[in-house]
Design a binder for this molecule. Structure first.
Ligand SMILES: NC(=O)c1ccc[n+]([C@@H]2O[C@H](COP(=O)([O-])OP(=O)(O)OC[C@H]3O[C@@H](n4cnc5c(N)ncnc54)[C@H](OP(=O)(O)O)[C@@H]3O)[C@@H](O)[C@H]2O)c1
Length: 264
């Protein structure tokens, strides 16, 4: 897959991996449509994209607002944009135990990480099919493959991404729709700072996991290469990715470790 001359819509583009991938793609004379709820962050990303010689359109979006997601997609497509790739990174994490988490927090996490993602996908998919194909990328996580303490709703929202996008691929590969599910391990971003605690407040801390992870720039290079190769799953991380093999081939060891893992 060639990036040059195509249009890519990226959510979560104000920071972290969404921002870093936008800049990676901007090196390839592409057009970017960037979304996030953080307008200032989007403006910063946009100025860096322009400096790299690609063009950019800013579309602020709150992924909890379904009707504005559909309305924004109608407007973008109505303006004549031809979206080839829709790569979604917007997401929030969690730092609270099942027993102490109010159901409203679970719903909020599902709204951003799952319903928002599938709403934008549904708004863009018919347009891609009409144009002869396109590429969708949705961001899961290591904990989209197995459960993890303090991440119950987050892990569930990421598991849901797998079921939805694998089904979508099965239905739509005949229309040249490609699907990549991104599986980051630990990446140095703000995800733990903005994770919600049991009161629904920001956790506010850069956890050791993220602090010791790969940089967002390195993650973006791995993602860019995986998207170019149209990989169905793109693993993004360091040694922690070993957990995927442990969960699959040594489940007893996983269950032993999961109850003993230091959660943060
Ligand atoms: N970093 C990791 O170790 C890691 C590991 C596994 C999976 N992931 C996943 O990777 C994706 C990207 O996260 P990241 O690590 O790059 O963290 P990040 O820097 O916090 O980026 C997430 C972005 O999503 C935006 N966002 C949050 N809620 C939103 C909403 N309701 N509407 C629109 N935008 C919203 C955030 O905006 P604000 O800045 O305004 O909050 C932020 O710009 C997420 O889906 C995350 O779950 C990350």
């Amino acid at each position: 897959m060639d990036f040059a001359g195509k249009t890519f819509w990226i959510t979560g583009a104000a920071s972290g991996m969404g921002r870093a991938l936008s800049l990676e793609i901007a090196d390839n004379q592409a057009r970017l449509i960037i979304s996030d709820r953080d307008l200032k962050g989007l403006q910063q990303t946009a100025s860096e994209i322009l400096a790299k010689g690609s063009s950019v359109r800013i579309e602020p979006l709150d992924m909890t607002d379904t009707s504005s997601i559909f309305e924004t997609a109608r407007k973008v497509i109505g303006d004549g944009e031809t979206i080839y790739g829709l790569y979604q990174f917007a997401g929030i994490s969690q730092r609270s135990l099942v027993a102490e988490t109010p159901i409203e927090n679970d719903r909020l996490i599902m709204e951003v990480n799952f319903f928002g993602v599938i709403a934008l996908t549904k708004a863009v998919l018919p347009h891609m099919i009409q144009n002869g194909g396109g590429q969708l990328a949705a961001t899961s996580s290591l904990v989209g493959k197995f459960g993890f303490p303090y991440r119950s709703a987050y892990s569930a929202s990421k598991h849901a991404i797998h079921g939805f996008f694998e089904s979508l691929l099965a239905e739509n590969s005949k229309y040249q729709i490609k699907v990549s599910i991104l599986i980051p391990g630990r990446v140095q971003t703000n995800i733990s700072r903005f994770a919600i605690d049991k009161q629904g407040k920001e956790h506010g801390i850069l956890d050791d996991g993220q602090a010791n992870g790969i940089t967002a720039g390195k993650a973006a290079k791995l993602i860019f290469s995986g998207l170019k190769q149209e990989k169905k799953e793109i693993w993004v991380g360091g040694n922690e990715m070993l957990m995927l093999h442990i969960r699959r081939f040594l489940p007893t060891l996983y269950y032993y470790m999961a109850t003993r893992i230091k959660p943060m």
